[in-house]
Design a protein around this ligand. Structure first.
Ligand code: RB5
Length: 149
């Protein structure tokens, strides 16, 4: 029996309902969704939630992460401050697959005020279905990690 990959989810207050819908979709796709909230729409600060989710990926507790804020940008910036995180904001399915295939992204960020629910779920599916291709792309990802740019 294969162990389900664990996907950490978090957001700010911009759209907790979209995050919960994404969590359900993640389960439907055969992954374990680990939703760390927040559970209310009370105004909060996206850096807290981006960092918290990123730390669960870097620690190895979760395999990949999906985070949401209004634009997807602020929470992505916070996640990328955690060493070992490669997080991209995606508003299309092509980019969502490519950040896995070429950049070995371990987190996906979505702007809830940018894309609708249907597209958001398709972006999530594209991200989770894709695999890192390695090879020349691994050399480049290693360069990012070594800060040799
Ligand atoms: C919150 O209003 C909003 O600024 C936040 O969700 C996000 O869009 C920041 O990047």
């Amino acid at each position: 029996m294969s162990v389900k990959k664990r996907i950490i989810l978090s957001s700010d207050h911009a759209d907790i309902e979209l995050r919960k819908t994404i969590a359900k979709h993640v389960e439907t796709l055969g992954f374990e969704a680990v939703d760390i909230g927040p559970m209310t729409s009370e105004s909060t600060h996206y850096p807290i939630h981006g960092k918290a989710a990123a730390e669960r990926v870097v620690s190895g507790d979760c395999d990949l992460g999906i985070i949401v804020c209004g634009t997807g940008q602020g929470i992505m910036m916070a996640a990328n401050k955690v060493p070992g995180i490669r997080c991209g904001v995606c508003s299309d399915t092509f980019s969502a697959a490519m950040i896995r295939q070429h950049n070995d992204a371990n987190m996906l960020s979505i702007g809830a005020r940018v894309v609708g629910e249907g597209l958001a779920l398709a972006i999530v599916e594209a991200f989770l279905s894709a695999e890192f291709e390695g090879g020349r792309h691994a050399t480049r990802v290693d360069m990012i990690e070594a800060e040799k740019m």
